[in-house]
Design a protein around this ligand. Structure first.
Ligand code: HEM
Length: 291
């Protein structure tokens, strides 16, 4: 490719990386606000939020934009790194990278790849369960009535159904003579009439707490996997902090924004890069050690 064409395609890639990167920063801020309910809210609130996030059409559209941005940002980043390496195969004669740029800016591709690995495993553990796992638990609360404890499913219309009246599927309902059964992972059906009588909440709160508090052996060998996941999450948030430290202000540079607000943008970017990952890291730490 001619030098100028190469330069043009590099600039276009940087531009799109900047746009998708900034959109992902917005996603991070929203995702953090939602997840902080794991600390400040109760299980029902978090599950109501999860249902809203997976069923509201506008939020669904934003989710698709997020998946697209993650893929686009990652692929563009890999292509740009390859392109830069090809354009400069032997490096500068007097290169002294440590003196000329910071750790984060020199390692954006490695940091980004680690974040991609994190996002994929993270989505397998939570998002995929929420969307596709047929065995996802349905949220139930325990109340005390006349000195006796009773487990009740909470429906989206605010009514309660005793857990003992509900079978896990239609087959079990016929066998044990239960009035109701669960279908589609969260819908309550009448066994006789086979009609939907209510909708429950998928218990994403339980899935998240069980994940970080699990005492099971990881790969059948490493004890206390919840602690291992907590440590890995905290380390990944360190990686995210470094990536954002350079990425945030670099995005504005790539978009050609350079004006009197630039120093303020840089300061905001650095604060964002530190505060957001710290708050994310506190969530698994809180669940594992405090709850
Ligand atoms: C450490 C604290 C975090 C917790 C407890 C957490 C928890 C969750 C949960 C429960 C879901 C499933 C929600 C759903 O499907 O509606 C989810 C989805 C997701 N998470 Fe996280 N998350 C954390 C950090 C992060 C970080 C740092 C990133 C990105 C770097 C991230 C990226 C995603 C993505 C892309 C999805 C799918 C979102 C969608 O479908 O719209 N998460 N997370």
């Amino acid at each position: 490719m001619a030098q100028s064409a190469l330069l043009k395609s590099s600039i276009a890639k940087k531009y799109w990386m900047a746009l998708t990167g900034l959109f992902l920063c917005l996603f991070l801020a929203g995702h953090l606000a939602g997840n902080l309910q794991l600390i400040f809210g109760d299980a029902l609130q978090f599950n109501q939020y999860a249902l809203f996030m997976t069923s509201n059409p506008a939020v669904k559209l934003l989710s698709y934009l997020t998946y697209f941005s993650i893929l686009f940002h990652a692929v563009d980043g890999i292509l740009l790194t390859i392109q830069n390496k090809k354009a400069r195969p032997i490096g500068y004669a007097k290169s002294n990278p440590a003196a000329n740029s910071g750790f984060a800016s020199r390692n954006m591709a490695v940091l980004g790849t680690l974040i991609l690995v994190f996002i994929v495993t993270h989505m397998v553990n939570f998002w995929a369960k929420m969307h596709f796992d047929k065995k996802m638990p349905v949220y139930a609360t325990t109340v005390e009535m006349m000195g006796q404890k009773q487990d009740l499913y909470v429906t989206t219309s605010g009514t309660y159904i005793p857990v003992t009246q509900v079978a896990k599927d239609s087959k079990e309902a016929e066998e044990i003579g239960a009035q109701l059964y669960i279908d589609h992972g969260k819908d309550f059906y009448n066994t006789q009439a086979k009609i939907k009588v209510g909708e429950g909440y998928k218990d994403l709160h339980k899935i998240t707490f069980d994940f970080f508090k699990s005492k099971a052996k990881l790969f059948g060998a490493i004890p206390n996997e919840g602690l291992v996941f907590t440590i890995l999450y905290v380390l990944c948030m360190g990686v995210l902090a470094f990536h954002l430290w350079h990425g945030f202000q670099s995005a504005f540079q790539s978009l050609g924004i350079n004006n009197k607000f630039t120093p303020a943008i840089k300061t905001f970017g650095k604060l964002f890069a530190v505060i957001v990952p710290i708050l994310f890291a506190i969530i698994p730490l809180y669940i594992h050690f405090v709850k």
